[in-house]
Design a protein around this ligand. Structure first.
Ligand code: PGA
Length: 271
């Protein structure tokens, strides 16, 4: 189950994923302009989309426009939602069903982002229910876990993220793909990223938790991302870690040049 590293090249067999979480930024017109520019910029730079997958997570209102653009221009960029309802379609005013997102060709749904947990009351139980709903509609859940500064002080780095992950793993049927994002709450939007060593330590603990519940094969196939103040200047250090398979990028995903540079981390010195 452990990743094999040869020098500094990751040989895990997992395709790295660089994911841009736009949060509540960009209306649908800005979304179209951004995705067009991102695709051009990466194509111009000769980016190999098979080697490093690129995903964007626009607000719900942008998804139809992004779908239309991606499908009309056959762009090699995938996309997903920032949240999903735990309910099937019905009388749930304001919610968005996973089935609707699947109809828009979303690949992923972010679930349990710390902003949903702290600002909108998403408990571990709700995160598990949303994950089950996403999986039932064929979306790949991108499950966020992470500790607060207080948790870090009281329990160390891994305890809370591992507990949050364990609370959701039973909602994922055997053989179903999912992605985990380790995002320390204290690192999100703070400009103070975790160190690559810290990210590796927690990513390894999360992989062990997956192995315990889902088996070694699932653990070695599951991508674990780091998120929290990732930028072009620090991405290479994270990607050098054997258990870190990509990044969930917030603020820095809103700038085409900065995000392209993160996607192309392999061109940075030392990776
Ligand atoms: P940040 O956000 O990159 O702005 O720290 C990450 C996230 O919240 O997913």
């Amino acid at each position: 189950m452990a990743s094999v590293t040869t020098g500094q090249v990751q040989q895990s067999g997992r395709t790295p994923l660089i994911a841009g979480n736009w949060k509540m930024n960009f209306d649908h017109l800005q979304a179209i302009a951004f995705v067009q520019k991102l695709a051009w910029s990466l194509k111009d730079a000769g980016h190999d989309f098979g080697a490093v997958e690129v995903a964007v997570f626009p607000p719900f209102t942008d998804l139809r426009s992004v779908q239309t653009l991606v499908s009309a221009d056959k762009l090699p960029i995938v996309y997903g939602s920032q949240d999903v309802s735990q309910y099937a379609p019905g009388a749930y005013t304001g919610d968005i069903a996973a089935a609707f997102l699947a109809q828009l060709d979303c690949t992923y749904a972010i679930i349990g982002h710390s902003e949903r947990r702290t600002l909108f009351g998403d408990t571990d139980e709700i995160v598990a229910a949303k994950t089950a709903a996403a999986v039932a509609s064929g979306l790949t859940p991108l499950i966020c876990v992470g500790e607060t500064a207080d948790d870090l002080e009281q329990h160390g780095a891994s305890a809370v993220p591992v507990a949050q992950l364990n609370a959701v793993l039973d909602a994922i049927p055997a053989g179903t793909d999912f992605v985990v994002a380790y995002e320390p709450v204290w690192a999100i939007g703070s400009g103070q990223a975790a160190t690559p060593d810290q990210a590796q330590q927690v990513a390894a603990a999360l992989r062990t938790a997956i192995a315990d519940r889902k088996g070694d094969e699932a653990a070695s196939a599951t991508r674990i991302l780091y998120g929290g103040s990732v930028k072009a200047e620090n991405i290479a250090g994270f990607m050098r870690q054997p258990d870190v398979d990509g990044a969930l990028v917030g603020g820095a995903s809103l700038d085409v040049d900065g995000f392209s540079a993160i996607v192309r981390y392999q061109k940075h010195v030392g990776v």
